[in-house]
Design a protein around this ligand. Structure first.
Ligand SMILES: Nc1ncnc2c1ncn2[C@@H]1O[C@H](COP(=O)(O)OP(=O)(O)OP(=O)(O)O)[C@@H](O)[C@H]1O
Length: 296
């Protein structure tokens, strides 16, 4: 599969006074899964809908290997999208896909193929109204796959999935990218997609805050020390010298930006009884939150 390079260049979208997306630029590369991450209202959906020609941007453009969505001769063969799904509850999963097959330029037989690919073959004849949230997510993905695209654009695909569903979705997009496809997916939780994505693009308040391979986020994680003591009052007194320190519970304090040596020395000087002293890297979720909070 030859996935297109998805390039977002200077994308701006204004709704009246609201600048929903402000000069956003980034790329999603073939053979990789790019996570588009940001809190609610950050501008993710607006960006993805603009990519698919569903919203007219105020400025800028999104291209698939150099062509805008509207210039693609057979868009469904290039990019498959799973945005907010709108299903008719009275229709079966198969009928839902059959109404879309002509638009994607594929025969009806393709509907059963994609249902099998997402593990919905047995539910094909059931009404969508009776589907679980996880089954709807799978049906949304099946819809995206109808035209046998080389790129997938997925808005919050893990939303509402149970752990088994998340594992399944992760394996699916990883194998799609491993075959050369391009995947751009959004999420408001880094932890939800940490094991799925190769690259991360962080957006907050309509602006890009960070873009890099996921591995580079680790370099931004500052060290922190976890200190445990049965003497709650003494522990609180000691850590009050670090304004960022947090009590995780009554016997455990987390002190960002410190080393074990530093905290150990302070505890020793204060004659605090210590039951645990560990230095660790800040979690990636904390790094991500810091990036989005700094934007607030
Ligand atoms: N049709 C619209 N009219 C006016 N404002 C809008 C419209 N659509 C989105 N917005 C605003 O644009 C901003 C970005 O919204 P968007 O839905 O793109 O964010 P998001 O990152 O996808 O968030 P969520 O995860 O909550 O869907 C928000 O402030 C939102 O209120």
């Amino acid at each position: 599969m030859d996935g297109p390079r998805i390039e977002v260049a200077g994308l701006t979208k204004r709704y009246g006074d609201v600048l929903a997306v402000d000069a956003v630029s980034f790329t999603a590369e073939p053979g990789r899964v790019t996570g588009f991450l940001g809190p609610n209202g950050a501008g993710k959906t607006t960006t993805l809908r603009s990519a698919l020609g569903l919203i007219a941007p105020t400025a800028g453009a999104i291209t698939f290997s150099g062509r805008r969505f509207s210039q693609l001769p057979r868009p469904a063969a290039v990019v498959g999208a799973h945005l907010e799904p709108a299903f008719h509850p009275g229709r079966t999963g198969r009928d839902h896909l059959r109404t879309l097959a002509p638009l994607a330029g594929v025969p009806d037989s393709r509907c059963d193929e994609v249902l099998a690919m997402v593990g919905l073959a047995d539910a094909a004849g059931r009404r969508v109204g009776g589907y679980s949230l996880g089954m709807r997510q799978r049906l949304g993905l099946a819809t995206a796959l109808l035209g046998d695209p080389a790129a997938l654009v997925l808005d919050e695909p893990a939303n509402g999935l149970d752990p088994a569903g998340i594992t399944w979705m992760r394996a699916f997009v990883r194998s799609f990218a491993a075959r050369g496809g391009t995947v751009l997916l959004s999420s408001h939780l880094l932890a939800e997609v940490e094991q799925t994505v190769d690259d991360v693009v962080v957006i907050a308040r309509g602006r890009i805050r960070h873009a890099s391979p996921l591995a580079d986020l680790h370099a931004l994680a500052s060290p922190e020390t976890v200190l445990r003591s049965p003497d709650e009052a003494g522990l609180r007194r000691l850590v009050s010298r670090w304004p960022d320190a947090l009590m995780e519970d009554s016997v455990t304090a987390v002190i960002p930006g410190t080393t074990a040596a530093e905290v150990g020395a302070a505890a020793h000087a204060a004659q605090l009884e210590v039951h645990g002293l560990t230095e660790r890297g800040e979690s990636l979720e904390r790094v991500f939150l810091r990036m989005t909070e700094e934007a607030a």
